[in-house]
Design a protein around this ligand. Structure first.
Ligand SMILES: [Zn+2]
Length: 203
């Protein structure tokens, strides 16, 4: 696990048991995204402590956040709101690292749904065996974090894309993409068509 600077040894001791999972994931992400910039990782025991370091108001459901070259992670016993049983400190770290890699390797700003979909899938927070029957025609480019379905629908449709074109092809395509919303693979129209076809096949 290179190019990562950990500022708290406590964090390393907490992910000790999942260290192999984390280091394999980080190596793979660095290679896939050709991302080798140094990233600094900060761990906080409490939300208050985290809030003191972050200049924006943090929502109380926060687990971690990232900037262009920093990752900030909160103590899991402080996590509020809905916590998936697959969630762990290690996975949240990998999730945030995916966001940093995307931020640094995409030509244009990655749409939120794709950013969250990729982060959830690569970090294995979202498992394949979960049913995609829950896919609904969803307004990916208009909905955001304040929508209850946002994370779930983002992961579902990203999975559909990965199944169709493969994760490496999807990433290669998206890294070079300039106009996501009108894109032939990940644009609004393309996604609606894919979802309809998928749902028809289920019937
Ligand atoms: Zn995220």
């Amino acid at each position: 696990m290179e190019n990562i600077r950990f500022y708290n040894t406590r964090f390393l001791s907490l992910i000790y048991e999942e260290y192999e999972f984390v280091s394999k994931k980080i190596d793979k992400i660095q290679e896939t995204f050709s991302f080798f910039k140094t990233v600094s990782v900060y761990y906080y025991e409490t939300l208050e402590e985290m809030q003191k370091k972050i200049p924006i108001k943090l929502p109380d459901w926060i687990k971690g956040l990232s900037t262009a070259d920093e990752i900030h992670i909160l103590n899991p016993s402080e996590w509020k709101g809905f916590v998936e049983k697959e969630d762990s400190l290690a996975k949240i770290f990998v999730h945030e690292y995916v966001h940093v890699a995307i931020f640094n390797s995409f030509h244009s700003q990655c749409p939120c749904w794709l950013n969250e979909g990729l982060a959830q899938i690569i970090s294995e927070q979202f498992k394949k065996q979960k049913s995609r029957i829950a896919l609904i025609p969803y307004d990916y480019y208009k909905k955001g974090y304040d929508d209850d379905e946002f994370y779930y629908q983002s992961a579902l449709v990203t999975f559909l894309l990965i199944e169709e074109v493969g994760i490496d092809n999807l990433l290669k395509h998206c890294m070079k993409c300039y106009d996501f919303e009108n894109d032939e693979v990940v644009g609004t129209g393309a996604l609606q068509k894919k979802i309809c076809l998928y749902l028809e096949k289920l019937e």
